[in-house]
Every structure is written in structure tokens, then in C-alpha cells.
Write a new protein. Sequence first.
Length: 433
Amino acid sequence: MLDYISTGLMQTTWHIGVFFVIIAIISIVYSNASPSFKYILWSLIIFRVIMPFNFSTLAFISEHDPIPLPEITTVIHSVEAIRQVIPQGIVSNSMKLSQVFQIVWLCGFLSYLLAVVSWVLYSKRHLHRCEKITNSDVLSLVENIRQRLSIRQPIQSYYLHDSIESSPTISGISNLRLYIPKEIADKWDIKDIEPIIIHELVHVKRHDVAFNWIQIVVQAVFFFNPLIWYANSKIRYFREEVCDDMTVGLIENKRKRYSLSILNVLELVTNNKSIELSSVYFSERKSSLARRIMRLANKKYRFYQPLNRSSFALLFIIGIMGFAISCETIPDSIMGDKDSQQEYTVENANTHNDIFVTILNENEVAINGTVVSTMTFPEEIRRQIERTGIKSVRFTLQSNITAITMQRLVENALDAGADNAGINNLTSEEGGK
């Protein structure tokens, strides 16, 4: 399982690196684009990470002449013989590094996950001590804005606890809670509170809390990749700018009024971030607040307008091209030689009465020309045996893999009903057949 995960992480990390360069170049070319455009542009990296497939896996394999088959060097008839036959020398130095990466990643991921869970539990414990807002004017304002934005879920409003020095924040996905510092809710004029509440409920309208959780999960898995951290920071920053623009539009483009509300919040924000990790904040850092105010005060400021069809079309093209380029430019050290991407044809299989399995890498194999995941290999090989009645499986190594993976694949084949498993090219630089 860890072999499968680590190989997928290494491949996806390469994809992220290539795609990041593409996105960075596009962001420079379209530096004057709207925050909405930039937000979606950088979000494409997150979408790429959570894509469950590679374009190379889906690519149609053109017909080719039958590949001449090497002689079988090793034949295994039983599971007990696997460990004696398969040499440990098949493990290359890069695979040993891969095993180290697995251990480091697992420790880092669990540590990050523990930190997230601990922080959220700590936050929940404090926030559940918060009392419901009793100011009827504030409650009416929240309800009016909710209806104005066509938000279906009810929103409960709470005072932020006195021990929590924070800015207004929204929490939850299905059970929405709006937290407002007591000083703001009870002492500020209602017209000064309105922009702040609009800003928070715009986050709800855009489903930013849910997407923020996706960012947290992606960052936990790729905690070792600084490009993910950078992309997430860009997404969060442009998300705030989009919400700023939408808020200004909803208060009749009164930028000064909104800027004053931000400045007043700035006075309440401490050097620490809000304790509620799963929330989307009115602000995260003083520096980002200052930049947002300067942007709103700029004479060249452009009021919010939804993305038009041409912008969506451009982003779609960038996304598709970026995905394709990043998936197709995988170095040989990760995916093996290009020759390893060619599979045996059905003609080979019919001629030799064998089921041919080409091991492309730790992550993928080809069964008689069809690429499948090593995770689904046992079920696929069982189907082949039941469908064809052929019980001889012939493996060919096209790239270095771990002995553990080789053993697992051979064992899967024998357990699925194969009488024997032949292995071609079972040699290594360290020797051994």
C-alpha cells in the first residue's frame, strides 16, 4: 500500500512542479486580470492534485507489430518458491530511497494530521463556550444578508469568547456559525458591522469553507512540497480579494466605508491568527489587511464583475493543456523508459497461450495490452483467467521495482488461479536470476 502511495506522490509531485511553472507564467502574463480569474487559476493546482488519474493512463494505445518475446528466465509454480527465486538485487538505489521517503512521508503526514486534529479540537472547545448574540439589530442584519445572498442554510450568530482575540469568522459547512467579537457586535454602529457580515456570508455563498478544508487536506498530504504551500497562500489571498470586491458591490461600491471597517477590525486583530483553523477569516494577517486596503484605495481599482464566458473558456483551456503537459512530461527516473509504456498485444498472448503482464512501474501494469493499477491487478488477472481459461502468466520487467512488489504481483497471480508465473528479464546490476 505504501509503495502505491509513495509512487503516486512522486508522480503527482512532478506533475505539480510542471503545472506550477505553467500557472506562474500565465499569472505573470495576466497580471492585470481580476482576482476571480487569479483565484481560479491558482486553484487549478489543487484540482490537479485531487485528480484520480493521469492522462497518460487514459491515452489510446495505437496498434503496433508484435514485440519479440525474450526467453523465460524463471518459472514459479508455488507461493512458497517466490522468496527463494526473486533476488533482493532487483531493488535499485532509487527504490531504497523510495522506502526512506515512505517512512519520512508517513511520519510527517501523521504529525501534520495530529497537529490539525489537535488544533481543531482546541478551537472547538473554546468556540463552544461562546454565547449566542442577543443584539436584535445584529441578528436581523445577519438574516437580511442571508436572504439577500440566497443562502439556504440557517446561520447561528455567536459572540467570540472574551479570551479569544480574533477577527470575525464563519465556521462549519452544514451547521453554519458566525462568530463576531463582542465589542463589534455590541458597540459598533450597525452600518459599520454590515460590510463585515456581508464579507463573511459571501464566503458561505461561495462555499469557501469547504474548499478551505480541501486545501488543508492537500497540504497535509503534500506537507513536504513548498509549491503547495505557496499555491495555497495565493488561493487564500485572492479569495479574500474576491470577497472584498463582492462586498463592495453589495454596499453600493462604497469603498471608503468598507476600508474603514477593515481598519477598525485591524485594531482588534492580534499578531496571532484566529484559533479556528477550519474557518475562513475576515483577515489572516495584518500585512494582508494593509495590502487589501491599499488595493481598495487605488484609483485604478475595478469593481467586481463575474467572469465572462471567454475567461472561463481560457481557464478551461489552460487547465486541460496544463494537466496534459504535466502528465506527459514525467522523467524516466519516475516512470521508467518510454519503451516500458508499450504493452504486449493480444496477438502475442494468443500465439503463446500466456497471459502477458508488463510491469510498467510500481504503480501500473499492462495485462495483454490494457493498463491497470497494481491495486486492481488481482481482480483483473482473475477475470482474464476465467475468461480465457489460460492459467500461465508471464511477467516482463520494464523498469526497476522493489522485490516486495514483484513478490506481491506473482502471489496475486497464483492466488487468482494461475498454475505458474514466468518472469522475463529477472536480472539486476547486482546480479542474480
